[in-house]
Design a protein around this ligand. Structure first.
Ligand code: SF4
Ligand code: SF4
Length: 509
């Protein structure tokens, strides 16, 4: 199945023996000029690339004080070394977070510190050479910016920020990554990652309405570009076609229907994902976020709700207001934005949703906390809401739920292995190896509690698991959307299921 060795799943986590440069060959396709220029980046490496790169580094150090602090304060204590899923899965020494940081730190010291300028060897400072740049390109694309290492660092050093800065510098010298930059350009031109134009999107939504009606006998709408609706839903475009994402979208529609609230999708902002964050580009992240603001104004929406997408939720929850605010034109009674899980949770608490958990009895569930939700955002009006709310929604939808080991969930969660702009086929070996720690925890909970399925609220996690589960002896359909469980369990008013349940109830009364 694979032309590389798939890591073994152990009974308990084992820190591997370090190996040198075994993943040096792993680097994504470089973006061609046509994918670079729409984002404001040069198409290829200019002659004076070193000068531009150092200038860019200087600009970022001035702009983001955290970057300079992170580069200055590491004491090489080693607490982060065994915390990265890519190190655990690949054994490559440069995938230890501190070693990854050092790739940039050494160059920073050479050009921006007194000691590095005059006594480089003493402080491990190095010149920026083509060899160093190749290492940057390879190993900063072996970091999914998941931030797990920062949880264990006594100084809170965030390798994700260092990796974003490195990618930003590389973009500035024409060494961008094809997968991310091509996608960002598509969103600018068409509105979503897939390049799905408005008529195709309208067709897809119509098809989904038919599917729901066929299944339940109830006409549930999935409106597009409808003005004057209460809610504008911003969701990842994978929700429109991919499995299991699309089952989640049908779940959102059913929840809105039962809540009796008007809502719409937007063809202009038909993408929640914001790959601007992955490439560390504030300008592109802002441009992508402004589409959400413009769509909300044009459609006259009163609230903005985000669908199941991990990094999109981080951008929305943590940065949307500063990137595209103020949102003073929205209804001040509601937080801006809200997560779909938060919305469903509120409806459950208000008793607006009737659930038949038995519909999910063929599954025993566990939940994968997605990195950007777990470590980069919150949810709802409670501390730890990002851990509590999705679990409460799952538990309201099924009878069997079991958590994986504590050191692999909540803010210690392991990345799926495909986040941070690495969900591309040219990085398949890295993705499979990076999934190993999560697969190990899944295997354990499967053996201990008979868990059959893994639920997630991130489009990238869902796609990554659908592809990597089979490498570890699972099947691709073992990954499910949280709102797929809601969709299965929700009892729509006027549905055949409601009639059956009422008849059963009357019989037993
Ligand atoms: S941010 Fe995540 S992927 Fe990057 S070095 Fe830290 S643990 Fe590894
Ligand atoms: S845990 Fe923090 S201080 Fe220690 S080596 Fe890692 S990044 Fe440096």
């Amino acid at each position: 199945m694979a032309d590389f060795d798939v890591p073994k799943l152990n009974e308990y986590p084992i820190v591997p023996k370090l190996e040198r440069d075994v993943m040096k060959h792993s680097s994504p396709f470089i973006a061609a000029e046509k994918f670079q220029t729409p984002l404001g980046f040069p198409g290829e490496l200019p002659d004076n690339w070193k000068e531009i790169a150092i200038d860019k580094m200087g600009e970022l150090l001035g702009k983001y004080r955290s970057l300079q602090v992170f580069l200055d304060i590491c004491v090489h204590c080693g607490a982060c070394t065994d915390k990265c899923h890519y190190f655990l899965g690949t054994t490559d020494a440069k995938n230890m977070p501190v070693a990854r940081q050092d790739l940039l730190r050494k160059v920073y010291r050479r050009y921006f510190t007194f000691a590095g300028k005059y006594f480089p060897k003493l402080v491990g400072a190095v010149d920026l050479t083509e060899e160093v740049l190749d290492d940057w390109y390879s190993y900063f694309h072996q970091c999914s910016q998941c931030r797990r290492c920062s949880v264990f660092c006594p100084y809170g050093i965030d390798t994700a920020e260092i990796s974003m800065a490195a990618r930003d510098i590389m973009d500035a010298i024409g060494k961008g990554q094809k997968y991310c930059n091509e996608i960002i350009a598509k969103v600018f031109v068409i509105g979503n990652n897939l390049g799905l134009p408005e008529p195709a999107l309208a067709d897809t939504l119509e098809g989904l309405e038919e599917d729901i009606e066929e299944e339940t006998g109830v006409k549930v709408r999935l409106p597009l570009d409808e003005k004057g609706c209460e809610i504008l839903l911003i969701t990842p475009s994978a929700d429109f076609f991919a499995e299991p994402h699309v089952d989640g979208l049908m779940g959102y529609a059913k929840v809105f229907h039962e809540a009796g609230i008007s809502w719409t999708l937007s063809s202009k902002a038909s993408e929640a994902a914001n790959f601007g964050m992955f490439i560390g580009s504030y300008e592109n992240m802002r441009k992508l976020s402004l589409r959400v603001r413009e769509a909300a104004i044009e459609l006259g929406a009163k609230r903005i709700v985000f669908g199941e997408c991990g990094h999109a939720w981080r951008v929305a929850y943590s940065f949307l207001n500063t990137l595209a605010g103020p949102f003073d034109f929205l209804d001040p009674k509601y937080p801006v934005p809200q997560h779909i899980c938060e919305f469903t949770y509120d409806m459950l608490k208000e008793g607006k949703l009737r659930m038949n958990k038995a519909e999910n009895d063929h599954m025993k569930l566990t939940f994968h906390d997605s990195c950007n939700v777990a470590r980069g955002a919150g949810m709802g009006q409670m501390e730890g809401g990002q851990f509590i709310i999705p679990r409460e929604v799952i538990k309201a939808s099924c009878n069997y739920y079991y958590d994986m080991d504590q050191d692999t969930i909540h803010d210690s969660t392991f990345c799926c292995g495909g986040g941070g702009g690495l969900l591309t086929d040219d990085l398949m070996e890295l993705r499979v190896k990076g999934a190993q720690p999560r697969m190990e925890a899944l295997k354990k909970v499967s053996e201990e509690h008979g868990v059959t399925n893994l639920a997630a609220i991130c489009a990238i996690c869902k796609s990554q698991f659908a592809k990597t589960l089979p490498y570890y002896g699972f099947t691709m359909d073992q990954i499910v959307s949280v709102h797929q469980l809601v969709s299965n369990a929700i009892v729509l008013k006027g549905s055949e299921q409601e009639a059956e349940l009422d008849a059963e109830k009357a019989e037993t009364a």
